[in-house]
Design a protein around this ligand. Structure first.
Ligand code: LMR
Length: 328
């Protein structure tokens, strides 16, 4: 294989699926920020591209740009609206400029696990959220799962008071800012691609993320340890531009929608396992994972849950109740 061919199959860790697009094919650029392998989103994006490039050959071709190689999540929604990319899958925390309803997903301890998130998303209320930004030019095609968030820092975190005075990186989300303030931390919004360096250099002391992101970005190398808090979620909306989507021929759009639905089902059912494997790799590679006693966990709930009241007006009490009813 030539170097170019190795790149194309992702063997060199470069963009996973730079398919050579033929003349006349609709080019679908998919930009995201995580690693391509051993990551729920990376694997789903790769499978999507593989299927589009095989089954829609001659009609469409997909190129995936992982690892913030094209855009970070703070820029990609603008790029979608400008037609510079056609697909993205930012976490639900990154839609603040477009909708306040998604704040629901950032409220700490809202969902017991990803199965509950899935149940809520499949409900009528959840499905409605996919199209809620249509007027602003964005259309959600599918929810993709990552997993539950854990807390890490430059010192052991067993009680929320351990976080007092620490600087925490958060995604672009006012809910997450409020959550970190509720435990006495100093939150700082920052792009995903900058977190490792910021932790390493002490620009921030800690962060929250899923096992697959902590593994994929190697955050555990530059943290004292990770506390298994499962206090929130990272989940994604695969999003496109309404104009672009509406402009596709119906047969192309239908085929793409079918492939999307099948890939979503196949990969979402594996997201838990992918995260558990990442957790195992973290431990095997010297990362420290700490468990909470039921009393310690209760203290995190008590400290963080008051944040809900602040955002109830944005989200709506009805939607919060609907999400709660999805917990088993
Ligand atoms: C983050 O910024 O921490 C995550 O949203 C990254 C991702 O896409 O999982």
């Amino acid at each position: 294989l030539t170097a170019a061919a190795l790149f194309a199959i992702g063997a060199l860790g470069a963009p996973a699926a730079i398919a050579a697009c033929d003349d006349g094919e609709i080019v679908i650029k998919f930009s995201h920020v995580t690693n391509a392998d051993r990551h729920p989103k990376g694997l789903a994006a790769s499978l999507l591209a593989e299927r589009v490039n095989t089954e829609m050959n001659g009609k469409a071709c997909m190129e995936v740009f992982p690892n913030s190689t094209l855009y970070n999540d703070d820029k990609v929604l603008e790029a979608l609206l400008n037609g510079d990319v056609q697909l993205a899958a930012p976490s639900l925390s990154k839609f603040e400029k477009f909708t306040k309803k998604f704040r629901l997903f950032d409220l700490p301890f809202m969902f017991e696990d990803i199965k509950a998130v899935n149940r809520f998303q499949q409900s009528e209320d959840g499905q409605k959220l996919k199209a809620s930004m249509r007027r602003k030019g964005l259309l959600g095609l599918a929810f993709w799962h990552n997993g539950m968030k854990q807390m890490s820092a430059s010192k052991p975190l067993l009680l929320p008071t351990d976080a007092a005075g620490l600087k925490f990186r958060v995604q672009q989300s006012d809910v997450l800012v409020a959550q970190m303030e509720a435990i006495g931390g100093n939150p700082q919004k920052m792009a995903f691609s900058e977190v490792y360096g910021a932790l390493q250099q002490g620009v921030v002391d800690g962060q929250e993320n899923t096992w697959s992101n902590i593994w994929g970005q190697k955050f555990f190398e530059v943290q004292d340890g990770i506390t298994e808090t499962n206090h929130g979620i990272i989940d994604y909306l695969v999003v496109t531009s309404t104009d672009w989507w509406d402009g596709l021929d119906a047969d192309v759009r239908d085929q793409l929608a079918t492939i999307m639905a099948e890939v979503t089902e196949a990969r979402n059912s594996q997201s838990y396992e992918v995260n558990q494997a990442a957790k195992k790799s973290i431990v095997e590679n010297g990362g420290v994972v700490r468990q909470l006693s039921p009393e310690q966990r209760a203290a995190w709930v008590a400290a963080m849950k008051p944040v809900w009241a602040k955002f109830e007006g944005d989200v709506g009490a009805d939607l919060i109740a609907a999400a709660q009813s999805a917990n088993a």
